[in-house]
Design a binder for this molecule. Structure first.
Ligand code: 9WN
Length: 463
């Protein structure tokens, strides 16, 4: 348990409570008033530290929006929020008839953090709230088939050729919306004239230059329109959609989540399914191997429309660390992560990795996903390093990240160099990872003890 007297823990709990909508949590009070998919996963980890029942409610609530084909949508809308408070609003998505009755959702997805989160919720509960374990295990049994259907959909609908790589159809699906990774592919998308110019997001941020541009937004809306017009027929989209990207970070998260799902299968009473989940994870790792660029020491996305590699140097290049990789690759990547292009860049206020390498031409320390640091991304890398036994690297990241949070609170992201808090100042997923970090007892520094394939230990043990 984090020390409840700790000021940061107190702030983080207040943020989660203030954004709590009963069974789900707004990412932030004004900017993001609905339930978001991968936010819900991180948020569940935060709730687990002081309210395990609430943690599983978060995931159950999200899965109310799961489509019959297995997709878990990026947004489950809150019908009580004023229309126009967030754009694109419900109707724009044209999903009635595809999403479950009486639930409104968007029509795209986000990275599948959910099995990782559920496994961690269970581990936290087993360690700190034994009395709640039976209820959490019941939720695992209930959620497992839904998680399995979600992963199956990703492995088929989004990887029809079995390459091991997930194709995304919209930058929002990556979760790293405005990353320079998408610049060239997005620029090639012809803006449709009829797309809306409404930007309620700009009402809630003081400086518009921190957010995507109007042209970015018009292209985001154009891509939604294209998906609506084909009725979310993914077979057609794989042939004709103007934005098709094999996303390495999404794929890596799926690999790690498949390993977590293998662990959860046993708890859910389906131990026979574990091997298939591990085989899925292995296929994703092989897919990532095919995207490895040794000269850049990075994993590269593949633009499937232009048929070329994406060479922007961003945090996504560390995908193999998240998925689990062999010892040599992990050593090279951990050194690079701590090096002068990322967390070790000279002059950074806190040694946490910027979203884009400081020496990439597109690096911008204030602009959305183009340079600032995101605590949840630091958490993801920290979690993977801990999982694979890179404890001293992991501790260095955690120490720097907690120092940053103590100074700047639970902001959505932070200016890469100065550490100035940016975006929403009460972001739920930042509060969640703050609680998880505070609860973590650092170990004695030791050498990495695990190589490929990684042992997760996410259910019985601890990270
Ligand atoms: C679009 C909610 C979400 C996060 C994303 C982040 C941002 C939405 C937006 O906010 O995206 O999904 O409107 O900018 O990029 O990662 O899930 O916090």
């Amino acid at each position: 348990m984090p020390e409840l007297g700790d000021e940061l823990a107190g702030d983080a709990i207040r943020v989660l409570r203030a954004n709590d909508r009963g069974t789900w949590t707004r990412p932030s009070p004004r900017l993001y008033p609905h339930q978001w998919s991968w936010d819900a996963a991180f948020v569940a980890i935060g709730w687990a530290h002081f309210a395990p029942h609430r943690a599983v409610a978060e995931l159950r609530s999200l899965f109310r929006g799961q489509w019959a084909d297995g997709m878990v949508p990026q947004i489950v809308f809150d019908g009580s929020v004023a229309l126009g408070a967030y754009e694109p609003r419900q109707r724009t998505w044209g999903t009635a008839g595809l999403c479950p009755p009486s639930v409104a959702t968007s029509g795209i997805c986000q990275p599948p953090m959910h099995a990782i989160a559920l496994a961690r919720v269970r581990a936290i509960t087993a360690r700190h709230h034994e009395g709640a374990l039976a209820a959490v295990d019941a939720a695992v049994a209930d959620l497992y088939p839904r998680l399995a259907a979600w992963h199956r959909w990703l492995h088929t609908a989004r990887d029809p050729e079995g390459t091991g790589l997930v194709t995304i159809f919209h930058p929002w699906e990556s979760g790293l919306d405005n990353s320079p990774r998408w610049d060239d592919a997005l620029a090639a998308v012809a803006i449709r004239e009829e797309t809306s110019g409404d930007r309620p997001d700009l009402v809630h941020v003081a400086d518009a230059s921190e957010r995507p541009t109007d042209d970015d937004y018009r292209r985001y809306h154009t891509l939604v329109r294209e998906l609506v017009e084909v009725g979310y027929d993914h077979e057609r989209s794989h042939r004709t959609h103007p934005f098709r990207m094999a996303d390495v970070l999404f794929t890596a998260i799926l690999a790690a989540a498949d390993d977590a799902l293998a662990d959860l299968a046993g708890i859910a009473g389906h131990p026979e399914a574990a091997d298939a989940h591990r085989a899925d994870a292995e296929r994703s790792r092989r897919g990532l191997d095919a995207c490895w660029d040794p000269a850049r020491c990075a994993c590269l996305d593949r633009d499937l429309v232009a048929d070329r590699w994406v060479t922007a140097d961003t945090i996504a290049g560390f995908a193999p660390l998240v998925a689990g990789c062999d010892t040599d690759r992990a050593a090279a990547l951990t050194a690079r992560l701590a090096g002068p292009s990322f967390a070790g860049a000279p002059g950074l206020r806190w040694a946490v990795p910027p979203s884009t390498a400081v020496d990439d031409p597109a690096f911008d320390p204030r602009s959305y996903w183009r340079g600032p640091t995101w605590p949840v991304i630091t958490w993801l890398l920290w979690w993977a390093l801990e999982r694979d036994g890179h404890h001293s690297r992991a501790d260095a990241l955690r120490t720097a990240a907690v120092a940053q949070l103590r100074a700047s609170g639970c902001s959505e992201y932070a200016e890469a160099v100065t550490g100035e808090p940016l975006g929403s100042n009460a972001q739920s997923w930042t509060a969640a990872v703050a609680l998880d970090w505070l609860a973590h007892e650092p170990r004695e520094p030791q050498e990495p003890n695990v190589s490929h394939p990684p042992r997760l230990g996410v259910v019985a043990g601890w990270p």
